[in-house]
Each structure stands twice: as C-alpha cells, then as structure tokens.
Design a protein around this ligand. Structure first.
Ligand SMILES: NC(=O)c1ccc[n+]([C@@H]2O[C@H](COP(=O)([O-])OP(=O)(O)OC[C@H]3O[C@@H](n4cnc5c(N)ncnc54)[C@H](OP(=O)(O)O)[C@@H]3O)[C@@H](O)[C@H]2O)c1
Length: 305
C-alpha cells in the first residue's frame, strides 16, 4: 500500500516516515514545498498522479502564540487543509488519518478527557484544529482522528530540547507548574500510527473509524517535565543540574491561553486495538536514547533548528 504523509518534515512526520518504510510500506513524504494542503487542486492532481491507498496528515500550523495574530494562516492550514484532504480522499475513496490536539479542550476539568467530552478551545490554534476535525468528520466516513498532546521528539524545536539547551546555559530558571498534561514522545505516536496503518491495510472494512486519544500515560506539569528532563540528561552527563523555580501561569503570560488541565483518557484506543501509549517518562528516556545515539560523539542536542 502506498501512503502519502503530509507535513513530513515536521517533528512527527520525520519520525513517522522512516518507521513506515521500515515496516515495508511505500511512503511519499511531502511537506509544503511539494504539496501545500491549502491548495485543493494541487492535492487532487497529486493524488491522481501518485494513487495512494492511505493519507496520513501530519501537516499543521503549530505556532500556538503566533496563531493569535495570524488566524488566517492557522485556519487555512488547520481547518481548510484537512477539509481539502478529506474532499479529495472522499472523491478517490481513500481513508484519512488526521492528527489533532488536546487544545480542543478548555482545561477546566479535573478528570481525563474522553473523546466525546464537549470541546471549548481557548485560542485560535485550538479552534482551527477543532474545525479541521469537524471538516474531516463531515466529509469522510473512513477517517481516524488521533488527538495527541505535549508532543516532543528528536526532530524540530520542542520543550525537551529547549530544557536541555537552557540547562547547559543557566543555573536557575522558572517553569510553569500549574498546567498539567501528558508529554507524548513522537516516536511512540509514530509506532502507533504504523500499527494503525497495518490494521487499515489488513481489513479496511473492519476498522473502527472515529476519534481517538493517544498521549503519554500518567501526568505531570511543565515543571515536573523539566525536572525529569534534567534528571535524565544529567545521569548521562549531558547537562548540569540547574534549579527550577516553579511558577504559576499568571507569572508567565503568553499571547495564547493554554488549558490548565490537558489530561486525555486513552482507554478507547487501547480497547479497540493493540496500541498502548508509553508512560510519559519512559517515552522521554527513549527519546533521549535516540537523540544521543543519533548525535553520536556530538554533545549538541540539536535544539537550535
Ligand atoms: N507539537 C505539539 O506539541 C503537538 C501537540 C498536540 C498535537 N499536535 C499535532 O500533531 C501534529 C504534528 O505536529 P508537529 O509537532 O509534528 O508539527 P510541526 O513540527 O510544526 O510540523 C508540521 C509540518 O507541517 C508543515 N506545514 C505547514 N503548513 C503546511 C501546508 N500548508 N501544507 C503542507 N505542510 C505544511 C510544516 O512546515 P513549516 O515548518 O515550514 O511550517 C511542518 O513541516 C499536528 O497536527 C499538531 O497539531 C502537536
């Protein structure tokens, strides 16, 4: 089965494409230069030419704060992009796997969110992602929407790499301690997406299409996550042990409001499949092993890209 992965040069796409290839799939990884998902005609032409059997959409506008000022761009990529992909998938009778976010919720709860909890996004990013989900659901029956959260990985800019860099530069810094969520290793999500792809290939008629949550198990705050990063990296002699000061969200104002409680319930995907997300800290350890293995003799965590 040939698979098109959009957003292939993003954090998730860069982990996913090689895993799909290792699993024996023929993969066309495309990013904005090859296929801009905001351009319906280009998608139609591309799919006609390449004849995929499945599309996995990892493309997104992910600059949460910038989205508050650039809402047109955020809605174009996060709402109209998935809408375009779903329309072409419907025409060509293709299934679509689409990645979404915990930011569709407002974070006012205190229990893990199941998939059917009411949404109430706080900012433009969350709103645009929610409308993208709705566009996919409205257009296409054979869709899987996978919501994930607090994604980190070897590629691209992310919280783990920022903490490693800061811990090499500073002795003390402040980290927000009252936002709670589920850090998710992009490698673990990629493995789950490979499994899902195999299920679709095996028997498409029996796939329980719908919306699922996939995030690291357990929960922590950004402060707890930062402490874990430094504990794990200093064990490996890769960082100093700076002091983290826990601070409340109100002391770290950002243009976009974030959910205070971002814990998602992943029972549905675990009951429907063999997919079991890693405990978030085990995901962190695996990501660091991969980061330092890839870096070889180079001590630079590569967080500046
Ligand atoms: N990162 C997180 O913490 C997080 C949390 C929850 C959910 N998610 C979701 O997980 C998915 C993957 O996120 P990620 O962190 O891998 O994002 P990412 O690193 O920002 O990657 C997204 C990729 O999509 C590309 N792209 C942007 N506009 C495009 C367009 N019009 N057409 C085609 N490609 C386009 C981006 O290119 P440019 O870099 O050139 O813009 C980038 O290569 C997204 O759906 C995101 O919403 C992420």
């Amino acid at each position: 089965m040939k698979i098109i992965v959009t957003g292939s040069r993003g954090m998730l796409g860069l982990d996913l494409v090689p895993r799909l290839e290792q699993a024996g799939f023929q993969v066309m990884g495309v990013d904005i230069d090859e296929l801009d998902i905001t351009r319906l005609d280009d998608i139609s032409r591309y799919f006609k030419m390449d004849r995929p059997g499945l599309v996995i959409n990892c493309a997104a506008y992910t600059a949460v704060d910038r989205a508050e000022k650039e809402s047109d761009s955020a809605f174009a990529v996060n709402r109209d992009g998935p809408d375009n992909l779903a329309r072409v998938c419907m025409d060509r009778k293709l299934p679509l796997v689409h990645i979404s976010t915990d930011y569709v919720f407002d974070g006012n709860g205190d229990q893990p969110y199941p998939e059917d909890d009411p949404v109430n996004p706080l900012g433009i990013y969350g709103k645009s992602k929610w409308e993208g989900e709705e566009a996919v659901r409205t257009c296409l029956k054979e869709n899987l929407i996978i919501r994930t959260a607090w994604l980190f990985g070897v590629h691209g800019k992310n919280f783990v790499k920022t903490m490693i860099n800061l811990s090499c530069e500073r002795e003390e810094f402040n980290v927000v301690s009252d936002q709670i969520g589920c850090p998710t290793w992009s490698g673990d999500l990629s493995d789950a997406l490979v499994y899902i792809t195999k299920v679709i290939q095996k028997n498409r008629a029996r796939v329980p299409w719908g919306t699922y949550h996939f995030c690291g198990q357990g929960q922590t705050s950004w402060h707890g996550f930062a402490c874990a990063v430094v504990e794990e990296t200093s064990k490996r002699g890769k960082s100093q042990r700076p002091r983290f000061q826990p601070i409340p969200t109100c002391d770290y104002p950002t243009p976009a409001k974030r959910p205070m409680w971002s814990v998602m319930d992943c029972c549905k995907i675990q009951n429907a499949s063999n997919v079991h997300p890693l405990y978030w800290r085990d995901g962190l350890v695996k990501m660091l092993e991969r980061l330092y293995y890839d870096a070889g003799k180079d001590d630079d965590p590569g967080g500046s890209d």
